[in-house]
Design a protein around this ligand. Structure first.
Ligand code: PGA
Length: 256
């Protein structure tokens, strides 16, 4: 079995590096206890201000093997005048290897346009960061398939098949994200259907077959097994449950 990829999207939490360290220490203790039996790789995506500190903690622990640093966002340009932004070269210097692109909170709460997301995706690729590209419908209504196809076209606009092949796609239905009103996790059957729609559309438009897919949206220790058991789902993107240290370790226990 391929190792599953578990991406912890901490969003705007925790509040301090000390709390981040507590999460990492508990995960580290768990990894130490299971030794070689680890069936997953981890990506931690802390807020920008903790990237350096989290990177340092990862290097000096069991997490050094099979754990990676990810950013939650990236600037469209590599340098210059862009107030408030963090560039790809800066992220690289901090040891960042992955970057989340087009998260629905950026698309919908921060009104990030498809054009902007496309530029950020190009920035990640230009800087040799692995993009974790979020794709997902706002509601699973009769037009959700067209919605997904449209989002794919704008997100990946002007990219080559080789470039798209370097991306990991996170299927994250917006309605399933734990902090959204009335959220509930998707079923694995629905997630597989959506992943197959995305895969087929990318194959049709860009001739790409071997993409890796994550599922995200209210993943926790109760439901992770449903998703992870599917061979078409290469891992999960975990938000809320990844900043609750005991719960995150419970999530990992289901994969080992
Ligand atoms: P959630 O968040 O696990 O809290 O639903 C997932 C995400 O937004 O990436």
């Amino acid at each position: 079995m391929d190792k599953k990829l578990i991406v912890a999207n901490w969003k705007m939490l925790p509040n301090t590096l000390a709390e981040a360290q507590e999460i990492l220490e508990l995960v580290n203790d768990y990894l130490e206890s299971i030794g070689e039996k680890k069936e997953f790789s981890l990506v931690f995506c802390p807020p920008f201000v903790f990237l350096e500190g989290v990177g340092r903690i990862l290097k000096n622990s069991h997490l050094a093997h099979g754990s990676f640093l990810g950013a939650q966002d990236i600037a469209i340009d590599d340098g210059g005048a862009l107030t408030g932004e963090v560039s790809g070269p800066m992220l690289r210097k901090l040891g960042v290897e992955y970057v989340i692109i087009g998260h629905s909170e950026r698309r919908w709460k921060l009104a990030e346009s498809d054009e902007m997301i496309n530029k950020k995706l190009k920035s990640a690729l230009r800087n040799e960061l692995i993009p974790i590209v979020c794709i997902g419908e706002k509601s699973r209504d009769s037009s959700f398939k067209e919605f997904l196809e449209q989002q794919i076209e704008t997100t990946f606009k002007d990219l080559s098949s080789d470039e798209i092949g370097k991306c990991i796609i996170a299927y994250e239905p917006v309605w399933a994200i734990s902090t959204n009103p009335g959220a509930k996790p998707d079923t694995s059957a629905n997630a597989l259907e959506s992943i197959s729609i995305i895969r087929e559309h990318l194959n049709l438009k860009f001739k790409i077959k071997n993409l890796k897919f994550l599922y995200g949206g209210s993943v926790n220790s109760q439901n992770i097994s449903d998703f992870i058991k599917e061979k078409e789902i290469n891992g999960v993107l975990v938000g809320g449950a990844s900043v609750n240290k005991e719960e995150f370790v419970r999530v990992l226990r289901h994969i080992t």
